[in-house]
Design a protein around this ligand. Structure first.
Ligand code: GZL
Length: 334
C-alpha cells in the first residue's frame, strides 16, 4: 500500500523539475527509485539505556534504503510532548507508516486520531499504550513485562530455598523504571505479587531509578547512607543494576549470588550479562529489543493488503551465572 508519503516524494520530484537553477531534473530512474521507497517515521523514547540503543539500532538496521525504505528518526529525549510533536510532523510530511515506542501508556488518543484521519497506519513498539479505541493503532510489538516480573520472582523464591533462607526475613529494595511505562508497570506487578505470596519478604524501600545508571546510583547511595537494610535489590533494567552495583561497591558491599546483596535485573544486554557472568548480577531477565524485523513483517503484510496480528510478543528467557559463558555473550546481537 503506497501511503501519502509516496505522493509527497513524487510531488517533490516534479517540483524539482520546475525549480530553475536550484531545482534538480530528476531522471526517470530517480523517479522510479523514489516512487518505490516506503517512508517510515519512527519516534524513539530516547537513549537512556543500553537496551534503548539496541532497539534504535534494530530499527535503523532494518529500514535501510537497500531494503526499500526511507527511515525518518526522532529521539524524544524521554519527553512524551516531543513524541507527540514528532508524530504530528510525520503526519504533516505524509509518511507511509508511523512507528513509535511510547514512553508511557496514556495520552496518545488525540494524536493517533489525527494519524487515522491522515490515513497513516501506526505501529507501536516496546511499551504498550492505553487508548479508548484499539483501532487507533494497527499492531504492537514488544514484551510481556508481567511475565518478566513473574520469572524474576519465581527465580528468587527458588534461590532462597536453595540457600536455606526461605523462612528468613528477606529485605527487598525496589528500584522502579520510568513511572507509567509498561516495563515498569509489568515488572512492578510481578514483584508486588511476590511480596503478597511471601510473608517473609519485606519491602524496605521503593525508589525511582528511571531506567538509568546515574539516577539509580544516586538513590541507592542515599539509602545506604540512611542505613537501609537490603538483601535483594530488584532493578527494573540493567542500567539501574549498574548504578546499584556502583553504589554498593563504593561502600565496600559485595553483591552476587553468594554476596551480601542479590541483584535482580532486566534486559540482558551484553553489559548486563557480563556482570551476571562475573556474579555481580544474580539474575538477568531478557527483554528483547530487536523489534525491527517484526515491524518490517507487519509493514510487508500491510503493503500486500493483508491484516497482520494485533500483538507480536518477542521470545525471551533469563540468565544466571550458571547458564552464561563469554562465547554466548559475544554471540548476542545486543
Ligand atoms: C523495555 C523497555 C525498557 C528497558 C529499559 O521494553 O521499555 O526501557 O527495560 C529501557 O532499559 O530504558
Amino acid at each position: 500500500m503506497k501511503g501519502l508519503g509516496t505522493r509527497r516524494k513524487l510531488l517533490a520530484l516534479y517540483l524539482g523539475l520546475a525549480l530553475p537553477f536550484g531545482g534538480c531534473i530528476a531522471s526517470h530512474e530517480d523517479e522510479q527509485e523514489n516512487k518505490d521507497m516506503i517512508v517510515v517515521g519512527f519516534s524513539e523514547v530516547g537513549a537512556e539505556s543500553d537496551w534503548r540503543v539496541a532497539n534504535t539500532e534494530s530499527m535503523r538496521n532494518t529500514f535501510t534504503e537497500e531494503a526499500g525504505y526511507e527511515l525518518m528518526f526522532h529521539d524524544a529525549k524521554q519527553k512524551q510532548d516531543n513524541q507527540i510533536t514528532a508524530i504530528r510532523n510525520y503526519i504533516l510530511q505524509e509518511v507511509d507508516y508511523i512507528v513509535f515506542a511510547p514512553i508511557v501508556e496514556t495520552g496518545w488518543d488525540e494524536v493517533l486520531e489525527e494519524a487515522r484521519e491522515a490515513q497513516i497506519p501506526v505501529i507501536v513498539v516496546d511499551r504498550m499504550i492505553s487508548v479508548c479505541d484499539q483501532s487507533l493503532y494497527t499492531a504492537w510489538v514488544g514484551s510481556d513485562f508481567r511475565a518478566e516480573g513473574d520469572a524474576a520472582v519465581k527465580w528468587l523464591d527458588e534461590k532462597l530455598i536453595e540457600q536455606g533462607r526461605d523462612q528468613e526475613e528477606i529485605r527487598i529494595v525496589h528500584v522502579l523504571g520510568t513511572e507509567g511505562a509498561s516495563a515498569q508497570l509489568g515488572r512492578t506487578a510481578g514483584l508486588e505479587a511476590g511480596l503478597k505470596a511471601h510473608s517473609n519478604w519485606k519491602l524496605t524501600a521503593r525508589v525511582m531509578g528511571e531506567f538509568t545508571q546515574a539516577k539509580t546510583y544516586e538513590v541507592i547511595l542515599d539509602l545506604l547512607d540512611q542505613g537501609t537494610e537490603m538483601d535483594v535489590i530488584y532493578c527494573e533494567n540493567d542500567n539501574s543494576a549498574f548504578g546499584a552495583i556502583q553504589a554498593l561497591e563504593e561502600k565496600g558491599i559485595c553483591c552476587g549470588p553468594e554476596g551480601d546483596v542479590l541483584i535482580i535485573s532486566f534486559d540482558a544486554t551484553r553489559a548486563g550479562l557480563t556482570y551476571c557472568m562475573e556474579g555481580k548480577i544474580a539474575l538477568d531477565v531478557e527483554c528483547n529489543p530487536l523489534h525491527g524485523p517484526r515491524v518490517k513483517s507487519i509493514i510487508e503484510q500491510l503493503e500486500e493488503g493483508k491484516s497482520p496480528e494485533k500483538q507480536w510478543f518477542v521470545p525471551e528467557t533469563y540468565f544466571t551465572r550458571e547458564n552464561l559463558n563469554q562465547e554466548l555473550i559475544d554471540s548476542r546481537e545486543y
